[in-house]
Design a protein around this ligand. Structure first.
Ligand code: FE
Ligand code: FE
Ligand code: ZN
Length: 276
């Protein structure tokens, strides 16, 4: 089953996102838990969450992805910034318990000069604090482009976070194709090699979702600028291979390309056309 979708605005609530997804041929999607650049969450409506669960079940949706705001940094050197990240994540996770089969994806953060080791320790400590024992939401670390002091540009860094966290069974990884290419992994020339490397370092079973984005920059550029599929340095063939790769079957594949809904609909249709 190909679970293909895109990032959607959450402004109209949960069920509205489900209806929008249906209207563009998607059977998964991603949304921000709150304004990506601000802090406040919208008012929470459990009935709306249930309506989305019902819609997804009726239409055979795959897992969906809730994305934490960009502004949180659980490995900041400022204690107050770290605390804000933990509060935000804990609050998001409380709400997400009302959604069935929802991943919570976040950017591991930037260590801003403390060094990657201290960053990894701080991220693992934040996860230990926010993961309630009774919770069911699986939290995903996103692979990063490695710009500045970003943690998560190397698979080894993500593995070290997974290893350091206490509730590692509640954690997974979301692979962003633009980010891994910008970080220097050659998914254009050698997708199998990248997946073998991922399996060796982290384990393929921990890969739970993908962000499908072409990249405006060359592999290893450490830039993080998304392009529409086929309009960047990865090219359509890379995405054809991803959609058909047996190791990636059944994972939700979410577009974060610079598109409005009609552009997303066209890219989703193209992915479905690739699927053999
Ligand atoms: Fe992201
Ligand atoms: Fe992403
Ligand atoms: Zn990005």
């Amino acid at each position: 089953m190909l679970y293909a979708g895109c990032h959607l605005s959450s402004a109209g609530g949960y069920a509205a996102m489900g209806r929008t997804a249906l209207s563009i041929g998607a059977n998964t999607f991603q949304f921000f838990t709150r304004n990506p650049r601000g802090g406040r969450a919208r008012a929470f409506d459990p009935a709306d969450a249930q309506a989305l669960n019902d819609l997804r079940r009726a239409h055979g949706f795959g897992p969906i992805v809730a994305h934490a705001p960009y502004t949180i940094n659980p490995c900041s050197k400022e204690p107050r910034t770290r605390e804000f990240a933990r509060e935000t994540m804990a609050d998001d996770l409380k709400r997400l318990e009302f959604l069935d089969g929802c991943y919570y994806n976040f950017h591991p953060g930037s260590h801003v000069g403390q060094g990657v080791k201290a960053g990894i320790a701080a991220i693992a400590a934040a996860l230990d604090e926010v993961l309630e024992p009774a919770g069911k939401t699986v939290v995903l670390l996103e692979t990063m482009a490695g710009k500045g002091t970003e943690v998560g540009g190397r698979l080894e860094e993500l593995r070290d976070i997974l290893d350091a966290a206490a509730r590692t069974e509640r954690l997974g990884v979301c692979v962003d194709t633009c980010h891994v290419s910008d970080a220097g992994y050659d998914i254009l020339g050698d997708l199998d090699g990248f997946l073998a490397e991922f399996d060796r370092v982290i384990g393929l079973s921990r890969m739970r979702a993908l962000h499908l984005n072409d990249s405006k920059n060359l592999p290893g550029s450490r830039k993080d600028r998304h392009a529409c599929l086929g309009e960047g340095t990865l090219g359509l063939e890379t995405f054809r291979r991803i959609v058909n790769h047996p190791a990636l079957r059944g994972l939700p594949m979410v577009l974060e390309t610079p598109n409005e809904l009609p552009g997303y609909a066209a890219e989703i249709a193209m992915l479905r056309g690739f699927s053999e």
